[in-house]
Design a protein around this ligand. Structure first.
Ligand SMILES: Cc1cc2nc3c(=O)[nH]c(=O)nc-3n(C[C@H](O)[C@H](O)[C@H](O)COP(=O)(O)OP(=O)(O)OC[C@H]3O[C@@H](n4cnc5c(N)ncnc54)[C@H](O)[C@@H]3O)c2cc1C
Ligand code: FES
Length: 628
């Protein structure tokens, strides 16, 4: 996790607020972390110094098997705890883990492990199951008959059926702390606090240059010197391009410290959102604005906030920016259809300080192509307030809810006004993503709807027009054409139901059929619950016992165990390790992933050494080191 000064404090050097963010190390260029305190899983605790309470819980609750995902889960949870003033809720815990994937455990033990840090309802973990009339145990969590109860066998031995519920004792972050953990929590290093933030100019391999301006005019100057320079904010797109698509950029300009691009302002005509604003920051800001302004003016804000919930995971939202998403112009961007349908405008500045404004609808020109010249930079987005009787709704369908890209997404807005005693559509905008190279506007459907009363009678015609507006050829990229076509229609149907319901609550339209009510509610994932029942087979050995496996203690701090290194020739000695990395990775600009690879090689040596000292088997050493 990156632990750094709140941006305002970086800029003013006055406020000393610190925040902890979990981020993906593999997408964090080393240079982008200059001035920050980086906390890794090795730093918070290990089996020699004592495990951190978060690590300890994961091991105790059997939340680690192969250990591949374990450091990520630990750090996500650690970041949440360090940045929460109160114990987090279960929802917050699950949300913070949405960007972590595990192939082995099935998630229940992981979520259960961290459940003890939540503020909600310890009784779920501690209360004994009660008994129903027929003598069956009632689970305190679900209220249904279950196998939670410990039973005594005929010989009086404890329990043949155990449930994971039994294993949770009431505990809090502080109570667990101190068990084996004797370290103090890491603080933001004083020397970093005193450090003056400077503009950066760094040289990498192959003449690659990295700039970090601190002011807008410095950025514009750099852009005029290097029109083709790549701007970088969160690197969640550029990092993927350089790592997996062989993209190479000679000059990179990190704009994370340019204050003008971080504007977040409530203005008369709407919100001004700087292009470098992180998505997590935008979420917080939107929540505040919605709470302050109420629902009337904030229908667009609410739609964007709901869409952000399903945008990647916390680690990506902590770094990814509004401008990075817009300028990438990905066909499956979750936000671009919303900017278009809400009538947002983009402010663009050129190297001569001229600012122009364009509507979002005109900005996307082709596949990953936008209306932005080499000497221009996206400055900010203006999101207009919604008017009375103006409704905005977001849609996204993916293979799974969280941390997945959309199969189809959409943004829809309608404004209903009264004309001669009828409530009719005066303005409507329907935009789909994931169906073409750019987000598509359903122009014919929009024209058909304007001036009409929104009722069931016009649905058939609207559906026919939608099929014409959003055609999906049989061989359309992404496949699943029939399914995706039906999604475009069902999104519109849901929007129709939503608006009808909203108007109905004001007594201005007919009521909804009860059967359709579920379609208007935004999806909310309930907190996960689950128990594991298993039979204890006592054989006098560890077999059959729910024991914490020993390597869990090593996996939690990501203790290096070993790594396979392939070679094109057999029997090659290791000549140099660092030198070898240097030559093969020259094109990479100080990526953290490089550090990871270095650690893998180092771990091989550690393994080799420990094998040698443990078993004195030079043969194994020889074999392990036969790499070039
Ligand atoms: C694991 C993962 C999950 C993801 N999930 C989703 C998802 O659910 N939905 C979704 O829509 N996207 C998703 N993305 C894509 C990505 O996170 C977003 O597009 C993100 O918003 C990009 O922002 P960034 O700051 O990281 O961009 P960067 O990678 O830093 O930059 C992206 C591009 O924008 C340009 N750029 C940035 N700022 C400006 C500016 N001010 N002016 C001009 N050009 C600029 C850069 O030069 C670059 O070409 C995901 C990515 C990953 C890796
Ligand atoms: S991937 Fe999660 S323990 Fe193996």
């Amino acid at each position: 996790i990156a632990h750094f000064l709140n941006l305002s404090s970086i800029l003013t050097q006055i406020i000393t607020l610190f925040r902890h963010f979990a981020i993906n190390a593999c997408l964090a260029p080393l240079y982008s972390l200059e001035g920050m305190h980086i906390i890794t899983v090795e730093g918070i605790g290990n089996c020699r110094r004592g495990l951190h309470p978060v690590q300890e819980r994961l091991a105790e609750a059997h939340g680690s098997q192969c250990g591949f995902c374990t450091p990520g889960f630990v750090m996500s949870m650690y970041a949440l705890l360090r940045s929460s003033k109160q114990p987090p809720t279960k929802e917050q815990i699950e949300d913070s883990l949405a960007g972590n994937l595990c192939r082995c455990t099935g998630y229940r033990p992981i979520i259960d492990a961290f459940g003890v840090f939540a503020k909600t309802d310890d009784s779920l973990y501690t209360a004994s199951p009660s008994e129903s009339a027929n003598g069956k145990a009632i689970c305190p969590s679900t209220g249904k008959p279950c196998l939670c109860r410990n039973e005594t066998d005929v010989n009086g031995n404890e329990s043949s059926l155990l449930s994971s519920v039994k294993t949770y004792l009431p505990s809090s972050y502080n109570e667990i702390d101190g068990n084996a953990y004797n370290e103090k929590e890491l603080i933001f290093p004083p020397e970093l606090q005193l450090r003056k933030i400077m503009p950066l100019r760094l040289n990498g391999f192959n003449g690659v240059r990295w700039y970090r301006p601190l002011k807008l005019d410095q950025l514009l100057q750099l852009k005029s010197c290097y029109p083709e320079a790549k701007l970088i904010i969160g690197n969640s797109e550029v990092g993927v391009e350089t790592e997996f698509k062989n993209a190479q950029y000679g000059v990179m300009i990190s704009v994370t410290h340019v204050p003008e691009l971080h504007t977040l302002k409530v203005e008369e005509d709407g919100l001004r959102i700087g292009s470098a604003v992180r998505l997590a920051q935008l979420q917080d800001f939107l929540k505040k604005v919605i709470a302050e302004r109420g629902s009337l003016q904030t229908s667009s804000c609410q739609a964007i906030l709901r869409q952000l919930k399903w945008f990647a995971g916390t680690q990506i939202r902590n770094v990814a920016s509004v401008g990075g998403n817009i300028c990438t112009a990905s066909p499956i961007s979750d936000l671009n259809p919303l900017w278009m349908s809400t009538g947002a405008t983009f402010q663009i500045i050129d190297v001569n300080n001229n600012v122009r404004t364009t509507v979002a609808k005109d900005f996307f020109l082709g596949y990953r192509k936008v209306d932005l010249k080499d000497d221009e930079v996206l400055l900010s987005v203006i999101l207009p307030w919604t008017r009375p009787f103006e409704y905005v709704k977001e849609f996204k369908q993916a293979h799974r809810r969280q941390d997945d890209i959309a199969l189809v997404n959409a943004g829809m807005r309608v404004h209903i006004t009264e004309a001669e005693g009828n409530w009719i559509v005066s303005d409507v905008s329907i935009v789909y993503g994931g169906v073409a190279a750019v987000p598509l506007t359903a122009g014919k459907t929009e024209s058909f709807l304007v001036g009409k009363k929104l009722d069931y009678g016009l649905l058939d015609e609207a559906f026919n027009l939608l099929k014409e507006d959003i055609p999906l050829a049989e061989n359309a990229p992404g496949g699943m054409v029939e399914f995706r076509s039906s999604l475009t229609l069902s999104f519109f149907f849901k929007f129709f139901l939503y608006v009808t319901h909203e108007m109905n609550t004001k007594g201005l339209s007919e009521g909804l059929d009860v059967a359709n009510m579920s379609a208007i509610q935004s999806y909310t994932r309930p907190v996960t619950t689950g128990t594991q029942g298993y039979e204890l087979v006592r054989q006098g050995t560890a077999v059959g016992q729910p024991m914490v496996h020993l390597s869990a203690m090593l996996q939690l701090p990501n203790f290096p165990l070993g790594s396979l290194v392939s070679s094109s020739q057999k029997m090659c000695p290791v000549l140099t390790i660092l030198g070898q990395l240097d030559s093969s990775k020259k094109r990479i600009l100080g990526q953290l992933s490089m550090m990871g690879r270095f650690l893998h090689l180092m771990s091989l040596l550690v393994l080799a050494r420990s094998l040698e000292s443990l078993w004195q088997t030079p043969m194994i050493m020889q074999k392990l080191l036969q790499i070039k």
